[in-house]
Design a protein around this ligand. Structure first.
Ligand SMILES: [Zn+2]
Length: 250
């Protein structure tokens, strides 16, 4: 009898199509198996390589876009995140490297965390030798972070840095690209408060303590979903340098 991994390989090698159409074409039993495969065996090296080669570049958004909750106030804050914000089942999310991490992020957000769309407006990723800004959630829709203080969360744009900044030290080029291409233009064009220090903040600095403590209790029961929000973003993101770089390009 074919073991589960073999069965899975067969399913995906037969279907070299965008992932959503692969999933659509599966029977309910196969779908169930696929999701359990993604969530349980994802760190095993062989499967990871398999998933990377077949799926990562091609996870398409649904054909029919669903409208998400609209932002009804002018954005006042830009909240920065790193991969500590994601449930960690994929090692390719934890290091900065020259490989495009958009694929693994989509897998994490849409397949594992079961979101309609990526829960960040922008992603900063290193592609090849340089950093690029990728547009993820459309600007007019709010991202959902129930543990963020509600006064701030309703008026915030979210930027995910595709790196674990508690391990990786970003270089000067990273600050330059992020400030020049994304942060300074957003503050200017969206007429956000001009002081980068109060506008650009980290996820860990705006947690609603009561809600976060409750979420942590849930994580104790489901450790595989643990997200280290107290370390989002990691401490190697040096805010004073980022603020002064943004100031330079405003
Ligand atoms: Zn975060």
């Amino acid at each position: 009898m074919m073991d589960k991994i073999e069965k899975f390989k067969l399913i995906i090698t037969k279907n070299i199509k965008p992932l959503h159409s692969v999933i659509d074409s599966l029977t309910n039993e196969q779908k169930e198996y696929y999701y359990s495969f993604i969530s349980r065996n994802y760190n095993q090296e062989e499967e990871l390589t398999l998933l990377e080669s077949k799926f990562h570049p091609n996870l398409q958004l649904p054909k029919q876009f669903r409208r998400l909750k609209k932002m009804n106030r002018k954005p006042k804050y830009i909240i920065l995140h790193d991969t500590n914000c994601l449930s960690h089942r994929d090692e390719s999310l934890s290091v900065i490297n020259s490989r495009n991490t958009l694929g693994p992020i989509k897998i994490n957000q849409i397949l594992i965390e079961k979101r309609k769309e990526i829960n960040y407006h922008f992603i900063v990723d290193k592609i090849g030798k340089d950093f690029e800004i990728i547009s993820a959630r459309p600007l007019q829709y709010i991202c959902e972070f129930p543990e963020i203080r509600s006064d701030i969360g309703k008026q915030a744009l979210h930027v995910l840095i595709a790196s674990d900044l508690s391990i990786n030290v970003p270089d000067k080029r990273f600050y330059d690209v992020l400030a020049y291409k994304l942060l300074a233009p957003m503050i200017n064009v969206l007429q956000m408060p001009k002081n980068p220090k109060s506008t650009i903040i980290g996820h860990k600095d705006v947690l609603n303590k009561t809600i976060w403590d409750r979420i942590k209790e849930i994580f104790i029961k489901r450790p595989e979903q643990f997200r280290n929000l107290e370390q989002c973003p990691g401490s190697f993101l040096f805010f004073p340098l980022l603020h002064s770089t943004v100031q330079k390009y405003m």
